[in-house]
Design a protein around this ligand. Structure first.
Ligand SMILES: *Cc1c(COP(=O)(O)O)cnc(C)c1O
Length: 384
């Protein structure tokens, strides 16, 4: 019988103990670079930790089970995972991506990958039809949903049908909802990307990234890439992410509950002109999100009436931290213009709706009323 997701977060789908005979409940950290061979031509199954390490492998099994994939690979960061992923492509290839992506992904595509002669079309997949952008050399479609930071929703199933029709890979960065709320492989994606730094780790204390697939062929290619480029996650960091994942369901639920309360509060505030959250019916993607995910998550983007007010809020929050990143137990507020999306060309930023009046919240698991009180004092202490 297949375990439910809360059980998988603790045990994965396989053995519940390390096979070291001690019965240790917490999986050991195998802090070793290399492994002794029993004899010439023989191996314990472990040769060198760049190739494989038991702690990393255990984490990979858990993440693969959460996404209903067959193989997950753990990288030293989300960007390390996406950089390794790009090694599936070669000069002359073309990739269609959504325009509203994590800023670091856009920086990688437009600078490093373009230099390696991979071409990109950045389009709004929530409104435009990707099919019209397919060329003879197109190899993949790369999306996030909800998008970052504008919370547009892309229909994963529809895009996957299109990708299959044209023989393209569909890659979905599932960082914002995590496998607890959304499982893109079940909706037809070929590869799932994660910044494990965010909800999976959940404590703002460790960087990590993942690639997950259910395709044997892709898994083999990715295993070859990770052992060759050498960006696998270290044993201790693997252990930290594994520990974080054990409470993923509790954190996702509480953070979402807080986020819904914060959305309601922001919608009533005078200085707030617009709230972007997939769980409000005005969001054009509300119905699709409801269909393809089991929750709306805890990321909120909102626009205030003036740039001055935005800057005032960033200066005035006390409990909420003005910091990049997301998905941790601590509530963070981000200014996409100068932080996560600073390297995105200004005209693209504005076209996507990321003005100097836009702020992004990653809602944590504090007391709901303390978060609202903090936002209230920040908003209401503003004097124009
Ligand atoms: C943070 C983030 C990344 C990059 O991950 P790092 O762990 O910071 O390298 C990629 N995609 C999304 C959606 C992110 O939020």
């Amino acid at each position: 019988m297949e375990y439910g997701i809360a059980t998988k977060c603790i045990y994965g789908q396989g053995e519940t103990f390390a096979q070291d005979g001690t019965g240790a409940i917490s999986f050991p950290i195998y802090q070793t670079a290399t492994y002794a061979h029993p004899a010439v031509g023989e191996s314990t199954g472990y040769d060198y930790s760049r190739l494989q390490n038991p702690t990393r492998q255990r984490l990979e099994e858990i993440v693969a089970s959460l996404e209903n994939g067959t193989q997950a690979l753990a990288f030293s960061s989300g960007m390390a995972a996406i950089t390794a992923l790009m090694e599936l492509f070669r000069p002359g290839d073309h990739i269609i991506t959504d325009a509203d992506l994590y800023g670091g992904s856009i920086r990688l595509f437009d600078n490093i990958c373009e230099k390696n002669e991979i071409a990109f079309s950045h389009i709004d997949c929530s409104k435009e039809d990707p099919e019209t952008y397919i060329q003879s050399n197109t190899k993949a479609i790369y999306i996030e949903t909800p998008t970052n930071p504008m919370m547009n929703i892309i229909d994963i199933r529809a895009v996957s049908q299109l990708a299959k029709k044209h023989g393209l890979l569909l890659i979905v960065d599932n960082t914002f909802l995590s496998p607890y709320f959304q499982k893109p492989l079940e909706l037809g994606a070929d590869i799932v990307v994660h910044s494990g730094t965010k909800f999976l780790g959940g404590h703002n204390d460790t960087l990590a990234g993942f690639l997950v697939t259910a395709s044997e062929e892709i898994a083999q290619r990715l295993c070859f890439i990770i052992k060759t480029v050498g960006s696998g996650l270290a044993p201790f960091d693997s252990w930290l992410i594994m520990r974080g994942i054990k409470t993923l369901p509790l954190r996702m639920e509480k953070a979402q509950q807080n986020a819904l309360a914060v959305v309601k509060f922001l919608q009533q505030e005078k200085g707030v002109s617009k709230v972007y959250y997939p769980g409000i019916e005005e969001n054009p993607g509300y119905e699709i999100c409801k269909k393809q995910a089991s929750g709306f998550g805890s990321m909120i983007t909102f626009e205030v009436e003036s740039e001055k007010l935005a800057l005032h809020i960033l200066k005035s929050v006390r409990l909420i931290h003005f910091a990049e990143s997301l998905g941790g137990v601590e509530t963070l507020i981000t200014y996409p213009t100068t932080q996560t999306h600073a390297d995105v060309p200004e005209e693209v930023r504005i076209r996507n709706g990321i003005t100097k009046r836009v702020l992004r919240l990653s809602v944590g698991i504090e007391e709901e009323r303390d978060l609202i009180q903090d936002l209230r004092q920040a908003l209401e202490s503003f004097k124009d």
